[in-house]
Design a protein around this ligand. Structure first.
Ligand SMILES: Cc1ncc(COP(=O)(O)O)c(C=O)c1O
Length: 390
């Protein structure tokens, strides 16, 4: 249940700032902060290895919580440092040969796209962009028409960094499954603000980060790899924990998704991530999603009352990432002015989603990303302040 006063009382940051940069890094709630700090204190008092041993059952519980969050099993989850490393461990584990086709979305994230380019240059794979429908949303029918035996990967971003667009990730999954094509879903901006169910999505691999809508600590993330895919997906890099050294000339890859991890980890941050997942689950992802979408919609509506303001989010029922511009002031200058008034937003540059930004001739955009703990009054303050800036 969303009890706004209670949730805000558990979020120390809200007394200092109007934080509308949850797509950057959300404000952590007290249980996340306390769990993280408590483990660091324990490391200081009894030693890092000893503290990890002591916390072993709670470390295992992180995998169980994430599995519940996305309807997977704990063995299908790897803990990583961020969404990018998660994505890279999956992508670079796939084999590509000259002429292999990689199908992606127009709003693909820069980190993913440069990896496609690298593999295209090194292996001769071909990158192709799935066309959008008339609303700017990835068109599953167009994807279906592109499928042939040379398609070796479908890799798309569900919700991009530069707006509330919500691509039809489950429809893409149905096509990928029908044709037996590996499907890698960037769910970085979706996890924590939307219901995520890997069975419904039909994805084989899913990457996520801890610090954004999940409200976890920075430097955390996870990768999901479907059990059937685990058998064939080998990590591009391994250590002796991912693959124990079982004979002088041999290693044995772990059977579970921990094959994508390294031995050394930030236990404090990972435990904080576990606390963040439990926190979201206790509120309920359906309620979180409904409130996020409602706050996003309300903010868009209010921004359009600012003379000359433009809103850029595509598609029906967008997520809680609102991109907009104000007349007569650049996004960077407006961001700075808003910061001086205690309001955190970010500026989204064309280079983070270059294909989409080029196709739509987007300038640097202001990005406000509310979360369920933001109040309606905070959104109004943002809009009133924007009105003063123009
Ligand atoms: C859509 C998308 N994918 C991936 C990432 C990368 O996430 P991380 O910085 O955790 O690696 C981001 C970050 O903004 C993003 O918006």
């Amino acid at each position: 249940m969303i009890h706004l006063d209670h949730l805000r009382a558990e979020t120390p940051g809200v007394t200092h700032r109007i934080h509308l940069n949850n797509a950057g890094a959300a404000l952590m709630p007290n249980p996340v902060i306390e769990t993280t700090i408590a483990h660091l204190r324990r490391e200081a008092v009894i030693g890092g290895y000893e503290a990890a041993n002591e916390a072993a059952p709670r470390v295992q519980a992180i995998y169980e919580s994430i599995a519940r969050l996305i309807n997977a099993t704990p063995a299908e989850i790897a803990l990583t440092q961020n969404a990018t490393v998660s994505w890279q461990m999956a992508f670079y584990g796939l084999p590509f040969a000259p002429g292999d086709r990689i199908l992606t979305a127009r709003a693909e994230y820069a980190a993913n796209y440069v990896a496609f380019l690298q593999i295209a240059q090194q292996k001769g794979a071909v990158i192709e962009v799935i066309p959008d429908d008339e609303n700017g949303v990835l068109d599953p029918a167009a994807l279906e028409r592109m499928i042939d035996e040379r398609v070796k990967l479908i890799a798309i971003t569900w919700v991009p960094t530069n707006g509330g667009l919500t691509n039809p990730a489950a429809a893409v999954g149905r096509i990928a499954r029908k044709h037996g094509i590996p499907y890698l879903l960037d769910a970085c901006q979706a996890v924590g603000q939307m219901v995520v169910d890997v069975e419904e999505l039909g994805c084989d691999m899913l990457s996520a980060t801890g610090r954004k809508f999940l409200r976890g600590p920075r430097g955390t993330g996870f990768l999901y790899v479907r059990r059937a895919m685990l058998e064939t997906l080998h990590p591009p890099m391994i250590d002796h924990s991912a693959a124990p050294w079982t004979a002088p000339d041999r290693y044995t890859l772990r059977p579970d998704a921990k094959r994508f991890e390294t031995w050394e980890k930030n236990y404090a941050a990972n435990l904080g991530l576990g606390a963040a997942v439990d926190y979201a689950l206790a509120i309920g992802m359906e309620e979180i999603e409904a409130r996020c979408r409602a706050l996003g919609a309300s903010l868009r509506e209010q921004l359009l009352t600012v003379p000359g303001a433009q809103v850029y989010d595509l598609g029906p029922n967008p997520a809680a990432i609102v991109t907009f511009s104000l007349p007569g002031i650049t996004a960077e200058a407006a961001k700075q002015k808003l910061a001086e008034e205690g309001i955190n937003v970010s500026a989204s540059s064309p280079s983070s989603t270059l294909l989409d930004a080029t196709a739509r001739a987007l300038p640097v955009l202001l990005r406000a990303s509310p979360h369920y703990y933001n109040s309606e009054a905070e959104l109004e303050t943002l809009v009133t302040t924007c009105r003063r800036l123009v």
